[in-house]
Design a protein around this ligand. Sequence first.
Ligand SMILES: C[S@@+](CC[C@H](N)C(=O)[O-])C[C@H]1O[C@@H](n2cnc3c(N)ncnc32)[C@H](O)[C@@H]1O
Length: 311
Amino acid sequence: MEARTRSDHIPHDLSDPLQQCRLRPVQIWHDPDGRHVVGCGDCCDVRFIESLVKSRSAPVLAIHDPPYNVAMFKRKPVSEYIESCLQWVANTEAVLGPDASMYIWMGADQKNHFQPLPQFLAMMAETTFASRSFITMRNQRGYGTQKNWMAVRQELLLYTKGKPDFLVQYTDIPRILRGYYKEIGGKQTENSERSHSDTIRAGNVWVDIQQVFYRMEENVEGCPAQKPLKATERIILASSHEGDTVVDFFSHSGTTLLACERTGRRCITCDIDPVFAEITIRRLEHYRKTGKTGWQRGHPFETKPSEPVQI
Ligand SMILES: C[S@@+](CC[C@H](N)C(=O)[O-])C[C@H]1O[C@@H](n2cnc3c(N)ncnc32)[C@H](O)[C@@H]1O
């Protein structure tokens, strides 16, 4: 194994990436192909969100990955953190169509009473959303291995509004267990005859998804919180149809937008930080130009953005 740790910093030899950003706060970029929009702004700001979604069809799916209120990002008192969550959840409720799904990645700090997960769950119980699933994804890299159980979990909550469609998804894990018999139409059938796939169905524990690291093509240097495309595409395929609109208020490396591009959905996304909004646009342009999902060991700021730029 090569001795190189992942660098999550913009390289020093590049000039200030902020100078290279197309968007300033509350500005919105419209995809020249007419499919997606990327905004730079605060998702708690009602007017900014209204302008972001304006003249787009109502999303049937939201995928949000907010900062988890842990040390890596700026930590707020938990009540203040939940107050801001309540605002972006209300903004999501306002923009979603009548039958929609909302997935939220949420952290649980084991050194601090697992905050903010329990407070977030209690806050959601007071909203009009229905709780639907509590998924855990297993990371490969963890922490705390010597004095505690290795922390490898990522929590993903599913809430719904109305009655959205759900399409069963299958993993790449081969189905190997046999011998579960059931009588169907007077005939004794074995489970392998009855199944729809040679691989097992994705349940609410995902162990088959590789966490993003620097050797993967999809790696976006400078984006420490990047989620795997495979997880995001699984969500999109389960809870939307081709041509549907998907919204993500916390774009970062632009994973949701890229997953939408690859699966024929339309994406509305934003990030409060102009650098991450710019990376999101560049990741889409890079994919359209090269077919590559990220830069692996390269960098989003190593080339100039494609022209023409439309804001
Ligand atoms: C955990 S990362 C999202 C990772 C993303 N799912 C991906 O795969 O790249 C959270 C992002 O939310 C952004 N953010 C934090 N507060 C925000 C706010 N109030 N409005 C919009 N974006 C915000 C941060 O700048 C950061 O890029």
